[in-house]
Design a protein around this ligand. Structure first.
Ligand code: HSE
Length: 402
């Protein structure tokens, strides 16, 4: 029987999940593909003396590279370096690369796709967005015949888990985060989750798939969840809304509005019902209409499913799939268009600014009780920020409606 050798780079939550899945389901995979998948090497800095895979563990990437029986390298180390260097070296050595690492895909996806093409091998990254949700390959294949108007989603399991625990069950931020870390959802440095950086990498990737344009992640407007207050949640409840951290790419008039920020979602929005570690990506397209991809956005089993899901087509068709991601690097900062992005907003100021607020936001709905709360009409970021600047103090909150 045909054999396909793989190496696992990074034996953490996801790498461990992949080894377990390949082992547990080896008979099914063999029967399905007529090919035996063998784990030949596992690269990690640590030793795993008690693991059933301990004999495969190496600390030397050169050993992985030199092993001709390794057909596919599965990179699940996270971070840009040395993941970038290892990916380039593996592709140059004629090995396929599969990754769950959104940081390298968002940062260097254009380079990897071009190099894979040149070397006649595959570069696949289904697990980089939405954990176990099949979304990358459907976006590349099933949806692209449409005009894509918007891709929006809950793209970070940790923050969605924290928001759900805090605001549905009254847990504290710290407890909810510790819990998410214990379950293997959070990044090595959870600041990347709670500050929106991880979701920013993911919306940058989705933007590239929807528009063929790869923006510099550092230029995407990004807010996290650390500023969300209990008062904001009470306001959301009073309006029959939920607050969710969304990544959005809206394509309009030949340009894109790309952002990560908390949004107020009305209860009839399908994204408002996505709780816990679940992620969802909603695509608005013509003539398709709205479709939503939903599933577990983080964790060993779900993410391993997406990684191994990328291996099957490599074994079945190699590099024959002509549909490749159009990662064309864009020099213009994504933030250039953000000032023109229009939305309705909820803004809160301390009550001592009520008089000024009433003058400057005249025409908007204003409620004064414990705080001075404004509901704006649709207006651009620039217009709202000019008014806020005239108040002379940062608002307690500013959250956009979807
Ligand atoms: N830290 C990420 C999350 C892992 O919570 O969504 C999956 O990318």
């Amino acid at each position: 029987m045909k054999k396909h050798g793989v190496a696992i780079l990074g034996f953490g939550v996801v790498g461990g999940g992949v080894a377990e899945l390949l082992t547990k389901n080896s008979e099914e995979i063999k029967a399905y593909l007529g090919c035996e998948v063998e784990i030949r090497k596992i690269l990690d800095l640590r030793d795993f003396p008690n693991s059933p895979f301990s004999s495969l563990v190496t600390h030397s990437f050169d050993e992985v590279l030199a092993d001709e029986s390794v057909d596919t390298v599965m990179e699940m180390m996270g971070g840009s370096h040395p993941a970038y260097e290892y990916t380039v070296a593996a592709l140059k050595a004629g090995k396929n690369v599969i990754t769950s690492n959104k940081e390298v895909v968002a940062g260097f996806g254009d380079e990897f796709v071009a190099l894979a093409e040149k070397m006649g091998v595959s570069y696949r990254f289904e697990a980089a967005v939405g954990g176990g949700i099949p979304v990358i390959n459907p976006l590349l294949g099933c949806v692209r015949q449409n005009k894509i108007r918007e891709v929006r989603g809950i793209l970070n399991g940790t923050t969605n888990y924290i928001l759900t625990k805090m605001f549905t069950y009254g847990d504290s931020f710290e407890n909810a985060l510790t819990d998410a870390q214990a379950k293997g959802y959070a990044e090595a440095n959870p600041a990347a989750d709670v500050l929106g950086t991880d979701a920013c990498r993911k919306i940058t990737i989705l933007t590239a798939l929807a528009t063929d344009k790869l923006y510099d992640v550092k230029t995407v407007h990004t807010e996290g969840i650390t500023g969300i207050r209990k008062a904001d949640v009470l306001f959301a409840d009073s309006r029959n809304c939920k607050i969710k951290l969304l990544g959005r790419c809206i394509a309009a008039g030949g340009r894109e509005f790309i952002m990560v920020a908390p949004f107020l979602l009305p209860s009839d929005s399908p994204l408002s019902t996505v709780n816990g570690v679940y992620n969802a990506v909603e695509v608005v397209a013509e003539p398709l209409g709205n479709v939503m991809f939903y599933g577990q956005g983080a964790g060993a089993g779900a993410t391993a499913s997406a990684v191994v899901g990328d291996l099957l087509p490599i074994i079945a068709y190699g590099n024959a799939n002509p549909i490749k991601p159009g990662f064309n690097r864009v020099g213009t900062p994504a933030s250039d268009s953000f000032g023109d992005f229009e939305s309705r907003k909820y803004i809160a100021f301390p009550t001592e600014y009520a008089e000024k607020v009433q003058k400057i936001f005249a025409g908007d709905e204003i409620t004064i009780s414990e705080e001075c709360v404004i509901l704006t009409g649709y207006e651009s970021e620039k217009a709202t920020d000019t008014k806020i600047a005239s108040i002379g103090v940062e608002p307690l909150s500013k959250i956009r409606f979807l």
